[in-house]
Write a protein that binds this ligand. Structure first.
Ligand code: MTE
Ligand code: HPA
Ligand code: MOS
Length: 761
């Protein structure tokens, strides 16, 4: 690959930036509805666990505008939406197993009529015992999938002989995705039992597959499509499948197009969130804080069904040691089955929870030995002398976390600011400050090797315009723009020549979710392969025309040249057409080097690691418990960034979303299993004023990926979220300044004002 880069690496604006800010971008609910389109509303279980004794929909059916009512009995095929395991229904059949569980849908001529009538459906229930918490699930040994266990070295021996040993525990709260666009789908019957489904999904293939299953038709009879989502954040990896399947069941019943849009409350009640976790550990270490042995149990609240929980827990296990070498490790992961909504993917996918535990352990060791946290980290980093093998036995060959941390400590003037903070704290009674750093080392690739494949379909038209289709979806992260840059670079044309189109399962089949931050790695590489195939054919035609070798043909600035010969890209495309040469190609990519043994939790699950480092300074108000982040410095490793403007947005957005998770977003269920924080009135996400007042974000320069990724870039979607661990640690430091280390260590997550207030007494 030539080193020249004309378009890749440039800070181009998001291809929809103008539409986003002017409100012109069409989301699914903005699209013109097909003639005769009906609207569905969910009928939900009010019980955490109950048997359905009888359903009486007569009042709902008699209501104005109502056309039909569906239950599981109306499903012609399999009532199955499970992404990994079987046995996960779209509509509950006999038993509902969380509050909000969809048991039916009312179909009416308007959204409001459907919503009103849904309340008129009468269901007779028989209550069953419910398990709501991680603790209760552990007591009952109630799992969504079997416990996972990783052993590296001899943890028993290491802990028995450790110079120091500490025990600890941490409760980590979940998080609602709070994407601006709630879940929505629109299913349309086509000729001959074929179906088209618009879905706000990160995973069109999964929608296609399960709509085909519930309707009892071949996958080939279903096309799923998505142009853009108003945010996904992992919440649209598996959850939209349920919504799309219910819309399809309604469309099948009425033989008309049906749209199902959840309002905010329903979206929060019905669909899964980030897993809350309980972690418990024993850690052995020496006088420098170097860990010699770690035993850790990570218990996640899975909810009513397995969904993606087993993979989330695996990723948590793989990130609990973050960027540190621990010679002896036993890590257990538990997927608790509870009568609460099924938790799911959320930016970081268990990595954040695992890493927070790792950093809490470092913090505990540092406070115990009265050492600087960064010195304890230095005693533990992966290094040639200490060790370069992860507990899951992947060699670490690209470790730069300590370099980033050293640079951050210098650039952000950490030592001097610590002294200033000590002075500030000594002279202020009702406000205290804290300053903390945090490194991030995040494994890139889906932790199921089979998912690491991407596909693309590129068309060049005779006017020289190019359509770039690929299996990835656009949720605001800028994937369409990055892929367009890759395609433009490959053809040597301006990015404006390339038109990204909606993602459709009939253009690119059998795709993976756009997830695990690997959208541009997989689809960018697949699109490059497709474009290279077409470019080779075009070069061949030009070489024949000019009677020059193909190697002498150059594609640049929208022109094709060789010596004195010049032809525009469009003219060459027309020439290819005249010569009956195909201007269309499918491209494919599969990630090399990866393998994984899910039974032993050993292998090489990640193609490479993405790194970052952050330092955050916070101030807590001892009277209200409120926290403000005064300043954050970040250095993030994006490899050779495909687009620094988009990557900057990902770093800032990911960090602030992580801050929300760790400081203010609190999900709260009552003792009957009802989520009581199901609207912005009770669930607080960060706003623009919550971002660090002084926010200094840097992309690490001259740091190409050592692996041969697309233009040597690195994935950026998820890793920056974990940089917010610096904020949580800084709050602990501020608490320690008033109430001492023990109170600081007792701070769980999120560090809400209530928790901070209780910590400072
Ligand atoms: N950025 C925006 N604006 N909106 C999103 O929904 N999702 C995040 C991240 N950044 C998200 C986002 C998550 S969870 C992932 S996995 C990646 O984007 C997915 O896109 P990528 O693989 O193309 O980076
Ligand atoms: N990330 C996101 N989704 C996934 C993963 C992952 O690592 N593994 C399986 N599904
Ligand atoms: Mo992101 S949680 O992998 O969709």
């Amino acid at each position: 690959m030539s080193d020249r880069r004309d378009i890749v690496g440039k800070p181009l604006a998001h291809d929809s930036a103008r539409q986003h800010v002017t409100g012109a971008a069409t989301y699914l609910d903005d699209m013109p509805e097909p003639g005769g389109c009906l609207h569905a509303a969910l009928v939900k279980s009010p019980h955490a666990h109950a048997r359905i004794v009888g359903i009486d929909a007569s009042a709902a059916l008699a209501a104005e505008g109502v056309v039909a009512f569906v239950t599981a009995e109306d499903i012609p095929g399999d009532n199955e939406v499970g992404p990994i395991f079987h046995g996960e229904p779209a509509l509950a059949g006999e038993v509902a197993d969380y509050v909000g569980c969809p048991v039916g849908a009312v179909i009416a001529t308007s959204h409001d009529a459907a919503k009103r009538a849904a309340d008129l459906v009468k269901i007779e229930w028989r209550d069953l015992p419910a398990i709501l918490s991680i603790k209760a699930a552990i007591a009952a040994e109630n799992w969504t999938s079997p416990p996972q266990r990783l052993v590296y070295g001899d943890p028993d021996d290491a802990l028995a002989n450790a110079q120091h040993i500490l025990h600890g525990g941490l409760d980590i709260g979940g998080q609602d995705h709070f994407y601006l666009e709630t879940n929505i789908a629109m299913a349309t019957p086509l000729d001959g039992d074929q179906w088209h489904v618009w879905s706000s999904t990160q995973h069109p293939t999964e929608v296609q597959k399960h709509v085909a299953l519930v309707l009892g038709v071949p996958q080939a009879a279903v096309t799923a499509e998505v142009r853009r989502m108003g945010g996904g954040f992992g919440g649209k990896e598996s959850q939209p499948t349920i919504i799309a399947c219910i819309a399809a069941i309604c469309a099948r019943k009425t033989r008309r197009p049906v749209k199902l849009r959840l309002d905010r409350d329903d979206d929060m009640i019905v669909t899964g969130k980030r897993h809350d976790f309980r972690a418990d550990w024993d850690v052995g270490f020496d006088e420098h804080g170097a860990m010699t042995g770690l035993r850790v149990r990570l218990a996640a609240r899975g909810g009513n069904v397995a969904d993606l929980t087993s993979s989330v827990v695996t990723r948590a296990i793989c990130h609990v040691t973050n960027c540190y070498y621990v010679p002896n490790v036993e890590a257990t992961g538990i997927c608790c089955k509870t009568n609460t909504v099924s938790n799911t993917a959320f930016r970081g996918f268990g990595g954040p929870q695992g890493m927070l535990v790792g950093e809490a352990i470092i913090d505990q060791i540092a406070r115990h030995l009265a050492l600087d946290r960064d010195d304890v980290r230095r005693a533990n980093y992966y290094s040639p002398s200490r060790g370069l093998t992860t507990p899951y036995e992947q060699p670490v060959s690209d470790m730069i976390a300590y370099e980033l941390m050293d640079k951050l400590n210098a650039d952000a003037d950490i030592a001097a600011r610590r002294a200033q903070i000590a002075t500030f704290n000594a002279s202020h009674d009702t406000r205290k400050r804290g300053l903390a750093t945090a490194p991030v080392m995040f494994g890139i690739s889906f932790n199921m090797p089979s998912l690491n494949q991407g596909g693309a379909l590129v068309h060049v038209y005779t006017d020289g315009s190019i359509q770039a289709n690929h299996g990835g979806t656009e949720m605001g992260q800028g994937l369409y723009t990055k892929v367009a840059q890759v395609v433009a670079e490959t053809f040597g044309v301006p990015a404006s020549f390339v038109t990204p189109t909606s993602t459709r399962t009939d253009k690119v089949p059998n795709t993976s979710a756009t997830a695990a931050s690997s959208g541009s790695d997989l689809n960018g590489a697949a699109a490059r392969n497709a474009a290279l195939a077409i470019r080779a054919r075009m070069a061949h035609v030009a070489a024949n025309e000019w009677n020059v070798p193909e190697e002498a043909i150059d594609f640049r600035d929208g022109k094709i040249t060789s010596g004195n010969y010049v032809i525009s890209f469009g003219e060459l495309a027309t020439l290819c057409w005249l010569k009956r040469v195909s201007l269309s190609a499918a491209g494919f990519y599969s990630t090399p080097k990866i393998h994984w043994d899910q039974k032993r939790l050993k292998g090489h699950p990640f193609y490479y690691f993405a790194y970052g480092a952050a330092a955050s300074e916070v101030e807590i108000d001892l009277l209200s418990g409120e926290t403000r982040c005064l300043r954050t410095d970040i250095i993030n490793d994006c490899g050779d960034s495909l687009n620094p403007a988009l990557d900057m947005g990902q770093i800032e957005g990911g960090f602030v979303q992580g801050m929300g998770w760790l400081t203010m977003e609190e999900l709260w269920w009552d003792t009957a299993g009802r989520l009581r924080t199901h609207a912005p009135s009770t669930y607080k996400i960060p706003g623009s004023r919550d971002a660090p007042a002084d926010f200094r974000v840097h992309i690490l320069e001259n740091a190409p990926n050592r692996e041969d990724t697309i233009f040597r870039s690195k994935a950026v979607g998820e890793p920056p979220l974990m940089l917010a661990i610096s904020v949580w640690l800084a709050i602990r430091d501020a608490i320690a300044a008033v109430s001492g280390d023990d109170r600081a260590l007792a701070l769980h997550a999120p560090a809400t004002p209530e928790r901070v207030l209780m910590s400072v007494g």
